[in-house]
Design a protein around this ligand. Structure first.
Ligand code: SF4
Ligand code: SF4
Length: 346
């Protein structure tokens, strides 16, 4: 996401940068699973599967001379796309700097045999529990076994493998158990996410209780991240809570990220994806700016709580002092802390 980093002990805050664009490209929205916190909403993101030619033309809109973005291919489950390997090759031919495929681990259409480690930098697998009981309660029966099988096969084929774990109040106690599992599986990178009240989570009858408090986050995530990094795995996790004196920055203003959906919507902020607030749209093969009011108008607002969209859609992670001031500020959801392998927090 960024070239610059700011270091405190072993962890580094990955600074936003306009020099390296990141394209998060949803090739379809269909999925074989129904995860409890899925953020895909067909009413907002459509139910279309982009054919490889269209995907290639859309990918061209973000690449070109002097532009070599990173690409993350997503769904739904992107390996349900019958020609995902063709899309990977088009991206490579267009000069994308890196290609990652995010997957739930089912690896449809023999995708591991249809692309090479030289074409796909990482397969990124989603696991939400160290064991099957918690993971499968969130993601579906049999998911843990299929996903860990998929990870082993991907590692054996020589692919870089990362794992994404979305922390909520129902699985935060599983995080510590991820360290030995990731080590055993041969995972190179571990991404910890925080549950966002988006998509299915926002509609969950227990939505308010899914969010983790500041205390729960701080007592759980940094120590586990340290333990996992000490085992030789790069760990990154969202900053979420800004410390006193830390500067707030909105990625929508100072970074170059594009979240592309198969209905043509292009967002600059993931927290806006539940709403028709996209600032860009692909219409007849052209990327056009949308008129106000859209997410860009929100990026320019300054509030004492930090992120405007967080204040609007998931204010449960805020608290206020007796005089009405927020007790802390919420960082941009895209601001990450990273601990390189072997480093520990001081
Ligand atoms: S695997 Fe991903 S796209 Fe599919 S239901 Fe789960 S979160 Fe949603
Ligand atoms: S999450 Fe908040 S700070 Fe980040 S891009 Fe969206 S509105 Fe801006």
């Amino acid at each position: 996401m960024a070239a610059g980093t700011r270091s405190t002990g072993g962890k580094r805050t990955v600074a936003f940068s306009r020099d390296q664009a990141n394209v998060f490209f949803h090739v379809l929205t269909a999925c074989n699973l129904r995860c409890r916190h899925c953020y895909i909403d067909p009413a907002q993101h459509g139910d279309r599967t982009l054919d490889a030619d269209t995907a290639g033309r859309w990918l061209q809109l973000f690449a070109g001379p002097g532009k070599s973005p990173n690409l993350v291919l997503l769904g739904g489950e992107p390996t349900l796309h019958a020609d995902l390997s063709g899309i990977v090759r088009r991206a490579r031919a267009l000069g994308y700097a890196s290609v990652t495929i995010d997957t739930n681990g089912y690896l449809f259409h023999d995708i591991l045999d249809r692309v090479d480690p030289g074409e796909v930098d990482f397969f990124s697998f989603s696991l939400d529990g160290a064991g099957a009981a918690v993971n499968d309660a969130i993601r579906g029966e049999g998911c843990h076994r299929r996903c860990t099988d998929g990870i082993r096969r991907a590692v054996k084929r020589g692919f870089g493998v990362s794992v994404i774990f979305t922390v909520s109040s129902i699985n935060r106690h599983e995080l510590a158990g991820m360290a030995p599992l990731l080590e055993d599986l041969g995972v190179e990178r571990f991404f910890i996410q925080v549950i966002g009240l988006r998509g299915a989570s926002a509609r969950d009858a227990q939505a308010d209780r899914l969010q983790v408090s500041r205390d729960q986050w701080l007592e759980t995530v940094p120590p586990v991240a340290e333990d996992i990094a000490a085992r030789g795995i790069t760990v990154s996790y969202p900053k979420v809570f800004l410390e006193e004196g830390e500067r707030f920055a909105c990625a929508g203003r100072v970074a170059d990220n594009y979240f592309v959906f198969p209905n043509g919507r292009v967002y600059r902020c993931p927290l806006c994806e539940d709403f028709p607030l996209h600032s860009l749209e692909i219409v007849d093969g052209r990327l056009i700016q949308r008129p106000p009011i859209n997410e860009k108008d929100l990026f320019n607002l300054t509030i004492p709580e930090g992120c405007v969209m967080n204040r609007l859609v998931q204010p449960g992670n805020l608290a206020y002092l007796a005089d009405g001031r927020p007790a802390w500020r919420i960082a941009c959801c895209l601001l990450k802390e990273e601990i390189p392998p072997g480093d520990v927090l001081k």
